[in-house]
Design a protein around this ligand. Structure first.
Ligand code: NAP
Length: 503
């Protein structure tokens, strides 16, 4: 490894230490002494971001596209170090992190191409009608403009793709918004080396250093100060429901309330329709087990519940259990997450009507899978059963009729995804479920598993509360840039002084 993390925060181009430190808790190797972030650092970063906006917010799309590509190149140049630091900090396997790095740089390049095209500006023009009766119409032009400095909070389970240079940062920078990231305590060294790549790209592109800052965590005061800072105009957050709700409430309570784009957890229901289960229950059961245990179940798209007709339950649970029994203990992202998973599993088991199909337990920073079943009547009465347990835990909910399946779908809370496993003979039932599921989820899919999220134009990674705090937004894909734009209408403004993109 050629890069040794120093644990400082990057504030507008300078690496800064503070008077206090915290020790990182890596899955492997030596702990890093990290300088705890402070409200003062947050203030300096936000003021610098505002100052930078006066140039960066008015830069050309080509300048920003080159900047995004320079960040991607800088991340690739540091590939080996990033993987080494991130595997040690998170315990995620090397191959997974190499893939996630590709996704992160691909995302940056996708946004570069997207802003070069310019469709996202949604330019509109209603030319003047001076002779219109009874009143003439003025010349009206509309364009999307960047909103100002954006705060970003990444999640522990995607230390690259949903962190320092992840989708929120890429989309905000693409829009023309400077970014202040609150570093995640679970991967401070990974955050630092990625911030270093952004820092170098800023210098290479000759941009104002305030365009990007990383304030390390270690204190709740950092995140709170960041969302409350008057220079911040929106927040991109990926993480748990509890943290998301706390920060969302702080944003709403500000003297100037700002949008909080929280991408939170989900239980991602899968509806296993009768014909599909009859034809290939084995395959679906084993596939569910594979999706549940991927990455130790630490995905926001983990399919935590499946719904099937009671008489077909064994056709799913048998093969699922068989696949789970052989799953070894997998390391979790943090000690706290491993403990929360154990507690979550114990809580599910204690609920009325829950039957254990397969249970296993570890007592260290690892997780083993758990599989349970419950009747729809007990599930419907108990909100504990529809809460996210972050880890490899599955719950099969059984229904006695198609009508009960439809009712269960109607009662679901907002989800990131909903899945139909269906064959041709299930078309009628699927057709009745789809209008319900489209009200519940950001992405509805057939015959697959929700754990892979494509980064592209048509992707929606969001959904109604509590999957996200804004049902109109996505945090993955090119549409995510909309979160950091604001439409402005220019009435009778001489073209010479209009924003360049409108001239
Ligand atoms: P987390 O514990 O909510 O942490 C996310 C960020 O919020 C961290 O920076 C954390 O800071 C901060 N935070 C936590 N509690 C806070 C509070 N009470 N007040 C202020 N800030 C607070 O989430 P995580 O463990 O990193 O990630 C796992 C969760 O993210 C899961 O629920 C998963 O489903 C969700 N997730 C969602 C998506 C999506 O796109 N929808 C993607 C990935 C993950 P500290 O470091 O100080 O704790």
């Amino acid at each position: 490894m050629t890069y040794t993390p120093h644990g400082k925060s990057l504030i507008a181009g300078a690496w800064v230490s503070t008077g206090q430190t915290f020790a990182s808790r890596p899955a492997r190797g030596a702990s890093l002494s990290v300088y705890t972030g402070t409200a003062d650092l947050v203030h300096d970063a936000c003021e610098a971001a505002e100052a930078a906006f006066w140039s960066y917010g008015y830069s050309t799309r080509e300048e920003r596209a080159r900047f995004l590509e320079a960040i991607a190149d800088g991340i690739e140049d540091r590939a080996a170090d990033i993987t080494a630091i991130a595997t040690a900090e998170t315990g995620l396997p090397e191959a997974r992190l190499n893939g996630e790095r590709g996704r992160t740089t691909g995302q940056l390049r996708l946004f570069a191409a997207h802003i070069r095209k310019g469709d996202y500006l949604d330019r509109r023009h209603d030319p003047a009608l001076p002779d219109r009766q009874p009143l003439p119409r003025p010349d009206l032009r509309m364009i999307e403009r960047p909103i100002g400095p954006v705060a970003v909070f990444g999640a522990s389970n995607f230390p690259l793709a949903f962190s320092v240079a992840g989708g929120d940062t890429a989309s905000a920078l693409a829009a023309g918004c400077p970014v202040v990231v609150k570093g995640h305590e679970a991967h401070p060294g990974t955050g630092e080396i990625v911030a270093e790549a952004i820092h170098e790209a800023i210098k290479a592109c000759g941009l104002n250093a305030g365009v990007f800052s990383l304030v390390q965590g270690g204190s709740r005061a950092v995140g709170e100060a960041l969302v409350r800072h008057p220079r911040i105009k929106a927040v991109g957050f990926t993480g748990s429901l509890g943290a998301g709700r706390a920060l969302f409430d702080l944003c709403a309570a500000r003297p100037e309330p700002i949008p909080f784009f929280g991408e939170l957890g989900s239980i991602n229901p899968m509806f296993l329709l009768p014909e599909a289960v009859s034809a290939r229950g084995d395959e679906i059961g084993a596939g569910w087990a594979g999706s549940l245990t991927m990455g130790a179940g630490q995905f926001c798209t983990n399919p935590g519940i499946a719904i099937a007709v009671e008489t077909q339950a064994d056709a799913i649970l048998g093969p699922a259990k068989e696949a789970l029994v052989g799953t070894p203990a997998q390391i979790m992202l943090t000690d706290g997450m491993a403990e929360a998973y154990r507690q979550g599993a114990e809580q599910i088991v204690a609920q009325q009507g829950v039957e254990q199909v397969y249970t296993s337990r570890t007592d260290d920073r690892t997780a083993r899978p758990n599989l349970f079943r419950v009747k729809a009547t007990d599930f419907a009465r108990n909100p504990v059963l529809s809460g996210e347990v972050f880890g490899p835990l599955g719950l099969l909910v059984t229904v006695v009729s198609v009508e009960e399946m439809l009712d269960l779908a109607k009662d679901l809370e907002g989800q990131l995804t909903a899945t139909l496993h269906m064959d041709d003979g299930d078309m009628e039932l699927a057709g009745r479920l789809l209008p319900i599921l489209e009200r519940k989820a950001g992405r509805v899919m057939a015959n697959g598993y929700p754990t892979g999220v494509e980064v592209c134009d048509a992707m929606v990674h969001g959904g109604p509360w509590p999957a996200s705090t804004n049902f109109g937004a996505t945090s993955v894909g090119t549409l995510s840039i909309r979160r950091f734009l604001r439409p402005v209408c220019y009435q009778n403004i001489p073209p010479k002084i209009l924003p360049e993109d409108l001239r």
